[in-house]
Design a protein around this ligand. Sequence first.
Ligand SMILES: N[C@@H](CCC(=O)N[C@@H](CS)C(=O)NCC(=O)O)C(=O)O
Length: 211
Amino acid sequence: VLTLYHCRGARSLRVLWTLEEMGVAYEPVLLPFPPRVHAKSYLEINPLGTVPLVIDGKVRMTESSAICLYLTSRYGPTSLRLAEDERDYASFLNWLFFADATLTYPQTIVLRYRRLEPPERRNERVAADYERWFLARLRAVEAALLDPQFLCADRFTIADIAIAYALHLADSVVGLSHGFGENVRAYLNRLRARPGFIKAMQVDERSPDWR
Ligand SMILES: N[C@@H](CCC(=O)N[C@@H](CS)C(=O)NCC(=O)O)C(=O)O
């Protein structure tokens, strides 16, 4: 059975949510955050020290959006994925990559330099710069949701999971939801009401708390 290494609130929630939406069987391994400090033996399995890590037979993956894409092809067919000949396919791929590289990464800088570093290493100027950077990029999501309920193809897909996780992180961990527009706020609330998200959060809440 597929194994998912997860920490509370981490990007591995994207994978957890996808597994729950698809009804794929998995075994969660719930680690304290950051594992490289609080679960040192994890470095023997994943030298990067990061979550997610998915082990599925001979397959081993560490990038959250790529894992979601893998699951939809390996365990599909599923409406969570767009086929290459669908009209919004390019946009689907773009949101999937945008989610981590553009919307999640700057938040990790804010979190680190505002909260995680010891007080003498914190740097509010860096945190504020990256907060502004994140909120400026978020305008692309606000604009894309002006009309539709979902980001592509008028249906719920892993592009929504990837982006909604970044919004969930901003709201529940980093504390940046004051910058959300109305469309983004309503979208996140809608997606959080999905049974798949609720089930994923039940597993997430069993993970060690680090906040
Ligand atoms: N781009 C990767 C990033 C993975 C990553 O950095 N995960 C964070 C948690 S959200 C982590 O494990 N950090 C612990 C560390 O850096 O020691 C992804 O999308 O999965």
